[in-house]
Design a protein around this ligand. Structure first.
Ligand code: PLP
Length: 420
């Protein structure tokens, strides 16, 4: 149930027909259903209620739109941020500073300083070096930085290689066999307060087994660290729970995930932290696009749409699948390739796919575009930056403007030495 449904043959977002938004805002445009966002936030949070002490930090990278963050803040979510920009967004959305976790392998001194000034809840350290820098900064500012050590458990998440983060060859976290010693050294360093371990093995996980394996492994490390005399009060289990992108796919439900976590962590006696992204926002959004024309092809017609890889990068980046559907289908189907206008062959959304028959001027959607969609958009080929709309029952609002090429051009300069 994602609140994008046909009524009288027209695809709606909640109570709003998508053609009304396309007409007013133009295409391509991302459309989010607030009801879906709220529902997913609650289902995930309520599933975790089987655990004694829980904090949820929404992975801002999956959808950093201010309105989206505002909805999640109202549902009691904190934020997992990976840059100074995301930190400012989370604060601007009203998320409590102590509910913010700062992840990421390349935090700069300026970003760490700002986060310390804001009083965030936890830094997830990616290395001993980073921990020592943060400690020195904390001490110089007369404060103590709350921190967890991100461990690389060397577990195969079984997802696409480019979104796999928990294998030894990935850049994330400290090597598992060195984590205990690093934790011990950082725990004795002034300016920093080590309170736990963190892990995140990858995104779009289709199975719970790799997560269970990683949690079990890191649970053992937690026990060893405690046995060495150090406190562990928080364990951050990251994000990664996948969502179905293709009609008919079956994925673990939040309740299955929570039951697995409960089983593994029963005797941990910690506050458990989670960083869900996709599972909250994936199905809350569609990308609405218009068919520019249908061009004859060698074996299948090319459906050229006005959305491109700069608006929705996942297919080009990860060979990702997004269901494609006409906004006003006529019941006929055909097999076609779906492509955008960008001058790269990677600007391909689907090849030889059985889809609703569409023709020049028709509106269509790429489904499940609420996570890692607009947030990855760019202006390649001097295209506009795609706008975003949020629907709430029968009303809707633009929550991010389309940024026109003229605005981008106005920020560029021809230096004096080229004038003349
Ligand atoms: N936490 C960290 C550290 C991440 O890098 C990511 C994304 O890759 C997430 C959480 C969110 O992952 P997902 O959207 O798969 O839940």
């Amino acid at each position: 149930m994602d609140h994008f449904e046909y009524r009288d043959g027209v695809l709606h977002a909640e109570d709003v027909p998508l053609p009304a938004i396309a007409q007013a805002v133009g295409t391509p445009v991302y459309v989010y259903a607030r009801a879906t966002l709220t529902r997913h936030a609650r289902v995930f949070r309520d599933a975790l209620a089987v655990l004694p002490r829980v904090k949820i930090a929404f992975a801002v990278k999956s959808n950093p739109n201010l309105a989206v963050l505002r909805v999640l803040a109202a549902e009691g979510y904190g934020a997992d941020v990976v840059s100074g920009g995301e930190l400012e967004r989370a604060l601007a959305a009203g998320m409590a500073a102590d509910g913010i976790v700062f992840s990421g392998v390349g935090k700069t001194e300026a970003e760490m300083r700002r986060a310390l000034e804001a009083g965030i809840g936890q830094f997830n350290l990616e290395s001993e070096e980073e921990g020592l820098e943060l400690a020195a900064l904390g001490a110089s500012m007369g404060t103590v930085a709350p921190a967890a050590l991100r461990v690389n458990p060397d577990v195969d998440a079984g997802t696409h290689g480019k979104i796999s983060t928990g294998k030894a060859e990935n850049k994330f976290g400290v090597p598992f066999d060195r984590a205990g010693a690093i934790y011990a050294r950082l725990a004795e360093t002034p300016g920093i307060a080590m309170r736990g371990l963190a892990l995140h093995i990858g995104s779009q996980l289709a199975k719970l087994e790799p997560l269970e394996q990683a949690f079990t492994k890191v649970g053992g490390l937690m026990r060893a660290i405690r046995a060495a005399g150090h406190a562990v009060t928080h364990m951050d289990l990251g994000g990664g729970v996948g969502v179905p992108y293709r009609e008919g796919e079956v994925f673990p439900q939040p309740a299955d995930y929570a039951a697995m976590v409960e089983r593994v962590t029963r005797d941990w006696d910690v506050t458990l932290m989670f960083e869900p992204g996709r599972v909250i926002t994936g199905n809350t959004g569609v990308l609405v696009t218009r068919v520019v024309r249908v061009k004859e092809g060698a074996s299948h017609p090319w459906v050229v749409v006005d959305a491109a890889m700069n608006d929705l990068a996942r297919p080009a980046l990860y060979d990702a699948w997004h269901d494609f559907a006409a906004v006003t289908p006529d019941g006929e189907r055909f097999t076609a390739n779906i492509v955008g206008p960008i001058c790269e062959s990677s600007d391909t959304f689907a090849m030889a796919r059985d889809i609703d028959r569409v023709t020049r001027g028709d509106l269509a959607v790429f489904r499940t575009a609420g996570a890692y969609g607009a947030t990855m958009a760019n202006t390649y080929n001097s295209r506009p930056l795609v706008p975003e709309v949020m629907v709430d029952e029968g009303r809707w609002a633009v929550v991010a403007d389309r940024i026109d090429p003229a605005t981008i051009l106005a920020a560029e300069r021809v230096p004096d030495f080229l004038k003349g």
